[in-house]
Structures are given as structure tokens and as C-alpha cells.
Design a protein around this ligand. Structure first.
Ligand SMILES: Cc1cc2nc3c(=O)[nH]c(=O)nc-3n(C[C@H](O)[C@H](O)[C@H](O)COP(=O)(O)OP(=O)(O)OC[C@H]3O[C@@H](n4cnc5c(N)ncnc54)[C@H](O)[C@@H]3O)c2cc1C
Length: 219
């Protein structure tokens, strides 16, 4: 790769750049990934990693459903390296009106082939004992999951490298305005949030709850 021009240069070794690198390298393209800092330390290091189908718009529903299905189709080593767990999501309804919203959501998801379960007050407590009492119920979407985004990005970059891609860190791509003034390299920030703080929610739930589902607060 070093002696030949790349077919594609990807700016940014976060989870998006890493996924693009795998896709292009898999298609036989010569791929070069550049990152001003280090891989997986940008927004990717702050993300919760929730693989969740959402329905704020038909487009969002189609896209998030497709995206989640892509994760389900990844091979086992990549899923393991990404720390993927199909833990599900619980959309919590505080009162009767929100429970109606939950039922409408269930109907919509069913129309798109997504199986869900409406939880009544007691089933919600059984599923998530750490929630406060007195909630009306919820909707369990068992096919949602969670990954650890930095691990996923690094696993994807490793896969891209196996397929021939080159990854260069501490290599900033200057934008038009930056080219007009002397470039001062930005300091590399090694994760202002530690790995354990990012995963606190999932890990604490792992210890305290059988369901471990990420929780959304309104339908
Ligand atoms: C608090 C929080 C929670 C989130 N939770 C979720 C969630 O549950 N589920 C979900 O799907 N999404 C979630 N997201 C969104 C998700 O994290 C981002 O969409 C995703 O990480 C973006 O990845 P990226 O690769 O595009 O960007 P980044 O990870 O930011 O990567 C961009 C990279 O580009 C590099 N770069 C920038 N400029 C240059 C340059 N000029 N030259 C070279 N390199 C450059 C940076 O150094 C960086 O490494 C969350 C985001 C936040 C902030």
C-alpha cells in the first residue's frame, strides 16, 4: 500500500471511518485511514454503544433497523471483540397515557417485523428491579443490543488492516482555512473518560439486574 496510491483516503479512525475502511477493503480497494490523534478516541470513546431501533421518523426507523441487522450479521470474532450483547431495550411508561404510547409503538414495530413485549407494572419491576416503583409499565424490545464502541472501532480497524488497509495515527488532514496559517499539532487526549466510567451503566446493571436492558424514558 505504501508504494501505491490509495483508492480511498478515510479521514478519521472512529467507528464510522473504521466501518467504511472494512467495507472498502472488503471490496478490494486500497484504503488509507488517517487520524489527527489516535484511533477510537473521538466521539466514539464517549458513545454508549446502544444498538437501538428508533421511530422518530419512518426514515430513522428504516435506518436504525437496517443498522441493527448489520450488527447481527457480523461474524462471531468481530461481535465478541466489539463486546456485543443482545440485552434489549426497555421503553418506560410513567403513566397510563405513556402506556398508550407504548402500545402504539408495539403496533408500529410489529408492522416492521420487530417483536416486542408490553410489560405491566409488575413485569417492569421484575425486569428492572432498580427502577422506582409506581411506573405504569414499558415496552421490551429484545432484539436491541449494546457494544463497547472503542473496542468495536479497534476491531474493525484490525479487520481492515487484515484486508490490506493502512492506518496512520497522529496525521492531521488540514482543511482549507488551516492551510493558510501555520499548523500546530493538537495534543492527543488519552480518553478524558475512562473505559470503566463509560460502561458504568451496563456493568452496574450486570451486577444488579437480570435483564440489563438499556432504558429509554419515554415512548
Ligand atoms: C454521549 C454520547 C452517547 C452516544 N450514544 C450513542 C449510542 O448509544 N448509540 C449510537 O449509535 N451512537 C451514539 N452516540 C453517537 C456515536 O458515538 C457517534 O455517532 C460516533 O461515535 C461517531 O463516530 P465517528 O467515527 O463519526 O466520529 P469520531 O469517533 O469522533 O471519529 C472522528 C475521528 O476523526 C479524527 N479527525 C477529525 N478531524 C480530523 C482531521 N482534520 N484530520 C485527521 N483526523 C481527523 C478525530 O481525531 C477522530 O478520531 C453517542 C454520542 C455521544 C457523544
Amino acid at each position: 500500500m505504501t508504494s501505491r496510491r490509495p483508492d480511498a483516503i478515510i479521514v478519521g479512525a472512529g467507528i464510522v471511518g473504521a466501518a467504511c475502511a472494512v467495507a472498502l477493503a472488503r471490496d478490494g480497494k486500497r484504503v488509507l485511514v488517517l487520524d489527527a490523534a489516535a484511533a477510537a478516541l473521538g466521539t466514539t470513546a464517549a458513545g454508549m454503544g446502544h444498538l437501538v431501533v428508533m421511530d422518530d421518523s419512518p426514515e430513522q426507523l428504516a435506518l436504525t433497523r437496517y443498522s441493527t441487522s448489520l450488527w447481527a450479521r457480523q461474524d462471531e470474532p468481530l461481535r465478541v471483540a466489539s463486546e456485543l450483547e443482545w440485552c434489549g431495550t426497555v421503553w418506560v411508561a410513567e403513566d397510563g397515557a405513556q402506556l398508550e404510547g407504548v402500545r402504539a409503538k408495539q403496533q408500529l414495530y410489529a408492522e416492521h417485523g420487530i417483536a416486542t413485549e408490553v410489560l405491566d407494572e409488575q413485569s417492569l419491576v421484575d425486569a428492572e428491579p432498580q427502577l422506582r416503583r409506581g411506573l405504569a409499565g414499558g415496552l421490551l424490545v429484545a432484539s436491541d443490543g449494546v457494544i463497547y464502541p472503542p473496542s468495536a472501532a479497534l476491531a474493525l480497524l484490525a479487520r481492515a488492516r487484515e484486508l490490506g488497509a493502512e492506518v496512520r495515527e497522529r496525521t492531521a488532514v488540514l482543511l482549507g482555512m488551516e492551510l493558510r496559517r501555520p499548523h500546530r499539532p493538537r495534543p492527543v487526549q488519552h480518553g478524558s473518560r475512562s473505559r470503566s466510567s463509560i460502561r458504568t451503566t451496563a456493568r452496574s446493571r450486570k451486577a444488579s439486574s437480570p435483564a440489563r436492558a438499556p432504558i429509554k424514558t419515554s415512548p
